[in-house]
Design a protein around this ligand. Structure first.
Ligand SMILES: [Mg+2]
Length: 257
């Protein structure tokens, strides 16, 4: 695993200072909670129509400011228009943590990740050259839960995604679901965030408002994620997300082998 980089500027220093506090924060994320296996309710019914207007798009998420090009809509932070990105009928969609990037809940900061599979840059470049739009759909509940360190959580997540995109050298559209889902076992469905996987809201936002009106070819499009409900998986949110949309689904070791 890649070691955490030594601080070399003020922002990283700030991140390091925050780590100590962050260690004491509740560390329950869907990506890292291996103790609790969450069975998600399938959500195969109605396609949600997402009401959207340009005035709903913000350049901050609550009290945290976003890096250039990144925007927020309701509980989603997104990167719509990376240089060289083209909308397409063919969507190659990916989860981030545990799929494209190896991350650890104990480490915070934009450099605290490594590539999950060495074949990822080549695979993504050939999909892009083949006319696919690459899209990342990632859940990140820390941004909502770290109320006093929200800027640290935002900078860490967006920084990793920016660094990942720089490393693979291919443009990617990104959606981060920041909302917190209801706890398993508690039946208060009203509290469920519509954008948090397995809910399909991030996909519908992309399809309805950020694909230039191009209809998506569901036979060629697909989604890759590690939360597939296998015995060792922390959750089944990724496979349920794909099912809710009607997308072909692969686990990362199968797709990037
Ligand atoms: Mg994952």
């Amino acid at each position: 695993m890649e070691a955490f980089h030594a601080p070399n500027d003020k922002s990283e220093e700030k991140v390091l200072n925050a780590i100590e506090d962050v260690q004491n924060e509740p560390q329950e994320t869907e990506e890292h909670d291996s103790k609790r296996f969450k069975l998600c309710t399938p959500d195969i019914k109605a396609v949600v129509n997402i009401k959207f207007s340009v005035s709903d798009v913000k350049s901050n998420y609550r009290d945290a400011t976003l890096l250039p090009k990144w925007k927020a809509f309701q509980t989603v932070i997104f990167l719509e228009r990376d240089d060289g990105l083209y909308d397409s009928s063919k969507i190659a969609a990916f989860d981030f943590d545990g799929c494209l990037a190896n991350t650890d809940v104990k480490r915070v900061g934009e450099n605290a990740w490594s590539l999950m599979h060495s074949s990822i840059p080549d695979k993504l470049q050939s999909l892009y050259n083949d006319g696919y739009k690459l899209v990342i759909f990632t859940n990140e509940s820390n941004i909502e839960r770290w109320k006093n360190k929200r800027q640290v959580a935002v900078d860490s997540k967006i920084g990793r995604l920016n660094n990942f995109i720089e490393k693979v050298k291919v443009p990617v559209q990104v959606y981060i679901a920041c909302g917190v889902g209801s706890k398993s076992g508690k039946a208060d469905k009203k509290e469920d965030d519509p954008f948090r996987k397995p809910k399909p809201g991030m996909w519908h936002l992309m399809e309805q408002h950020f694909n230039s009106g191009i209809a998506i070819d569901m036979d060629q499009s697909f989604y890759v994620g590690d939360a597939a409900g296998r015995e060792s998986d922390h959750s089944d949110a990724d496979i349920k997300f794909a099912e809710a949309i009607g997308l072909k689904f692969y686990v990362p070791e199968e797709y990037f082998a």
